[in-house]
Design a protein around this ligand. Structure first.
Ligand code: ADP
Ligand code: ASP
Ligand code: MG
Length: 384
């Protein structure tokens, strides 16, 4: 296979490789992509629930495990998948080789459990492609300049895929999962959710930064920056997908999708205000989702060292849910009012509301999140 054959990066999420029969059918899909004339780089997640199980083991051993060791532990999940998939592809008669994040040249900062990719040096991958191999990479991980294994935050295999697509000049990047694209709400929670054929990068970023788990926000930002078209596709039996790419001139103002994230905490400053809280958040590497003048919204998903952080005197931290509506230029007052009125009428307590650019957001007391998603979908999309 020559260098004129386009490179395709395919990422398979945990639900697509949950067991051996699924892994074997992914191997067939990879081989079929190659047979269609592509050079293929595959990025894999940990099988099924493996990452959560590894985190559970750590919690059984220690109430506040060190972040370095946690990364050593949870980076293992993806390595299991990469080796097994490489064996399966080879057995189908196609030469394959697996690489860890470090071997793939994914260089990150030192921020364990939520590291940022700062450089990709994909020489080994390039060499293996030149040797006519399918390359299988363990997602979700890299190596820091001090040679420590790092992980990229939950859902971070998407970021690995996009970073490699950019570094290799791939024709496109497929994010393969158990759903045939992005919908106007989580289809598991909102039966009326509509399939979206296309999303602009801006809309996608507003949705994924708000915690919608179908795609990783960091990965989307990387794709937007490098102009890489993302396709969200279903691994098995899909007839449609969602393309995420630059905005089309005719893209109308709209609410494209809603999501509610319940894995958050609102950290409010003490009597001295926000200024002393900021260095504390920074020095303790607290995963801050957004900063507000009245506090910080913190993401509990990547806050594995939560138990070892003691808030300064006067600082309070309360669990919250944030409901978000995302879409081209939707951050307008009339829509914010419509959402607020519907939530209040349904008995939700609003702790805050925001509107800007491609986003509307409501901070809610935790509980009844699925109901909030259904309600906002109804008033902002079905009746919109
Ligand atoms: P993977 O394990 O392949 O990374 P994820 O579980 O991270 O897959 O993402 C796919 C899941 O995202 C779907 O099963 C779906 O329930 C959920 N999801 C949440 N919001 C949406 C949405 N707006 N559109 C599609 N899927 C969504
Ligand atoms: N296995 C990691 C997680 O569960 C990374 C990923 O799936 O993208 O978050
Ligand atoms: Mg995912």
């Amino acid at each position: 296979m020559s260098q004129s054959h386009p490179i395709v990066v395919q990422k398979y999420g945990g639900s697509s490789v949950a067991d051996v029969p699924m892994l074997l059918s992914v191997a067939k899909r990879v081989v079929a992509t190659r047979a269609a004339g592509h050079r293929v780089v595959v990025v894999v997640s940990a099988m099924g629930n493996t990452t959560n199980e590894l985190l559970g083991l750590a919690r059984q051993v220690s109430p506040g495990p060190g972040r370095r060791e946690l990364d050593m532990l949870i980076s293992v999940g993806e390595r299991i998948t990469m080796a097994l998939l490489s064996m399966a592809v080879s057995d189908l008669g196609v030469p394959a080789v697996s690489f860890t994040g470090s071997q793939s040249g994914i260089i990150t900062d030192e921020n364990h459990s939520a590291a940022r990719v700062i450089e990709v040096r994909p020489q080994r991958i390039q060499q293996a492609l030149d040797d006519d191999k399918v390359v299988i990479v363990a997602g979700f991980q890299g190596v820091s300049r001090s040679r420590e294994v790092t992980t990229l935050g939950r859902g971070g295999s998407d970021t690995t895929a996009v970073a490699l697509a950019a570094a290799l000049g791939a024709a496109w990047c497929e994010i393969c999962s158990d759903v045939d694209g992005v919908y106007s709400a989580d289809p598991r929670k909102v039966p009326q959710a509509r399939h979206l054929d296309r999303l602009s990068f801006e809309e996608a970023l507003a949705l994924f930064r708000a915690g919608s788990k179908v795609l990783n926000a960091e990965a989307t930002a990387f794709a937007a920056h490098h102009g890489i078209v993302l396709a969200a596709v279903k691994t098995e039996g899909a007839t449609r997908s969602t393309r995420i790419q630059p905005a089309w001139p005719e893209l109308p103002s709209r609410v494209a999708a809603v999501t509610v994230d319940a894995q958050l905490e609102l950290v409010r400053p003490g009597p001295d205000g926000i200024d002393p809280l900021l260095p504390f958040l920074d020095e303790n590497q607290v995963p801050v989702r957004s900063l507000r003048c009245d506090g910080a919204i913190v993401d509990r998903r990547d806050f594995h060292h939560r138990a070892s952080v003691t808030w300064p005197a006067g600082v309070t931290s309360t669990p919250v849910a944030v409901a978000t509506a995302a879409g081209a230029s939707c951050g307008r007052l009339p829509l914010l009012r419509r959402g607020s009125a519907a939530l209040t009428a349904a008995g939700f307590t609003l702790l805050g509301a925001e509107a800007d650019g491609d986003r509307l957001a409501w901070i809610l007391e935790p509980g009844r999140e699925d109901e909030a998603e259904l309600l906002l979908h109804r008033v902002l999309i079905e009746q919109g």
